[in-house]
Design a binder for this molecule. Structure first.
Ligand SMILES: [Zn+2]
Length: 137
């Protein structure tokens, strides 16, 4: 066996039955790097320490043998993250369309609705809860 084969076997044995890297661990590593970087720039030792703690937690997750718990954590993180990304994307879509559409929320169920600016005042029926109300565009 060459050195690289032995190294690969060693790593495989070490990681056997362990959770390994996932999206959440990766995000934690990146977040830790940002914290450490900020700590270096601002010379604020607390940020450095927090960055370290984030690395350690990320490593702990990768080497953890509690697969069910780590997988659940990762799913929760991925859900929250894609929700946040979707929210940011929606915000920019609304910003771009502001000139042509009036955005507002349904007073009953708070669903987000929009009307073309040119319609004036109309009665709106919410698509989600069917509540009807007057709205100026
Ligand atoms: Zn509604």
């Amino acid at each position: 066996m060459t050195f690289w084969q032995r190294l690969r076997n060693g790593v495989q044995q070490l990681m056997y039955g362990r959770h390994g890297a996932d999206e959440f661990s990766l995000a934690l590593l990146i977040f830790g790097m940002i914290l450490s970087l900020l700590g270096g720039i601002t010379r604020f030792p607390v940020l450095d320490l927090l960055g370290m703690a984030t690395y350690v937690y990320s490593l702990y997750r990768m080497f953890s043998k509690n697969l069910a718990k780590r997988t659940a954590e990762n799913q929760k993180f991925v859900g929250l993250w894609s929700g946040a990304i979707g929210g940011v994307r929606q915000f920019f879509v609304r910003l771009r369309n502001q000139r042509n559409y009036k955005y507002f929320k349904c007073p009953e169920c708070h669903a987000r609705l929009r009307l073309p600016r040119k319609v004036g005042e109309v009665t709106v029926t919410c698509g989600k809860c069917k509540h009807a109300f007057k709205q100026k565009a």
